[in-house]
Design a protein around this ligand. Structure first.
Ligand SMILES: Nc1ncnc2c1ncn2[C@@H]1O[C@H](COP(=O)(O)OP(=O)(O)O)[C@@H](O)[C@H]1O
Ligand SMILES: CC(=O)N[C@@H](CCC(=O)OP(=O)(O)O)C(=O)O
Length: 304
């Protein structure tokens, strides 16, 4: 240790110590609390980024926080569908899912992606367990009912998205069992319905439902922007559910950001303390968010 401090020089060593000290109040505040991290397909990036993410998760666990990872894999499902010559279409950010698509989505999410995240966490020195909504009946899905207003006739029409689901019930017992065994749960957004069918669930929605059911201290949504931007393109550091409604009505929040922020509001309503939208492409974005006074990204909480 002495040798390393000397190598850094007295100023460098002091700066390193100051960074660690800045983290102390946050380490104390969050010890024993649960953080649900949604790791999206776009945020997965390259090998180095994926390893850095895994190391961050292991660090959280090491300092006494309970991370729960819920992952996506939209681009990876798209690539596999293309390889297999199966067409894919999105409605309002959700993939229309026929029986074959559901099968392929499960293969990619619960198979390839889930296991590679588990392996990386273990390479970084953690113990991880790969799950989907099906395991231990963590999530039971129901078919997502979606309607859309026809702009010409102004009539609400039902849009059939096939086997796209939403969580109907969440039983967190399997997560608590994993946590008590010192493991980090890594969850794929796939679940069975009461009809025994496999449902494909948007990963943000899955993460929000789990964060709400766990009463998590934070729901972290890692994406490919620095956070929510206002009408001038400036980062908004903090939002309340009322701000979200206003910015959506004004047309400042669009596309994939709409379901993401709806998820934040739903998670807060269900018992999660706060949610954060942050840039998963930035190395150690999670650590900067949790352990520095300035934070990162956009914080969503009720009092605004
Ligand atoms: N007001 C806004 N602030 C930031 N991003 C926004 C906003 N409105 C729409 N977006 C879009 O939302 C996208 C993030 O949603 P999405 O692509 O679904 O993310 P992911 O694939 O990580 O789940 C951003 O890349 C951006 O294009
Ligand atoms: C219903 C639905 O759209 N499911 C998503 C599930 C994966 C996901 O949400 O992945 P990202 O977070 O990487 O976008 C899909 O099929 O792409």
């Amino acid at each position: 240790m002495t040798g390393q401090a000397t190598d850094l020089g007295p100023d460098g060593a002091q700066a390193k110590a100051a960074t660690l000290m800045e983290a102390l109040p946050y380490l104390q505040r969050y010890a024993g609390r649960t953080f649900v991290v949604k790791y999206g397909g776009h945020a997965m990036g390259d090998e180095d980024a994926a390893s850095a993410f895994a190391r961050d998760v292991v660090l959280l666990k090491q300092v006494g926080i309970d991370p729960v990872v819920v992952h996506g894999g939209g681009p990876q499902i798209g690539a596999m569908l293309e390889r297999l010559g199966h067409e894919s279409e999105f409605v309002d950010g959700l993939r229309v899912t026929d029986e074959t698509t559901a099968e392929i989505a499960e293969m990619v999410l619960s198979g390839a992606i889930n296991k590679s995240i588990v392996a990386r966490i273990q390479d970084a020195g953690g113990k991880a367990i790969g799950l989907s909504g099906k395991d231990g009946r963590l999530v039971q899905a129901k078919k997502l009912e979606r309607t859309k207003r026809d702009p010409d006739s102004n009539i609400e029409r039902v849009v059939d998205l096939g086997f796209v689901g939403e969580p109907e019930t969440v039983d967190t017992a399997v997560i608590r069992t994993a946590r008590d065994a010192g493991m980090i749960p890594v969850i794929a957004p796939v679940a069975s319905g009461a009809d025994g069918k496999t449902y494909n669930i948007n990963a943000d929605t899955m993460a929000g439902a789990i964060a709400g059911a766990l009463g998590a201290a934070r729901l972290l949504l890692l994406t490919d922007v620095t956070g929510v931007k206002d009408a001038h393109g400036e980062l908004v550091p903090e939002l309340s559910p009322a701000d979200i409604e206003r910015l959506t009505a004004e047309g400042t929040i669009t596309g994939g950001m709409i379901p993401k922020l709806e998820t934040c509001t739903a998670a807060l309503d269900a018992g999660c303390e706060a949610a954060v939208i942050l840039d998963g492409r930035v190395r150690h974005a999670m650590l900067l968010e949790f352990f520095t006074a300035s934070g990162a990204g956009t914080l969503v909480r009720s009092q605004g």
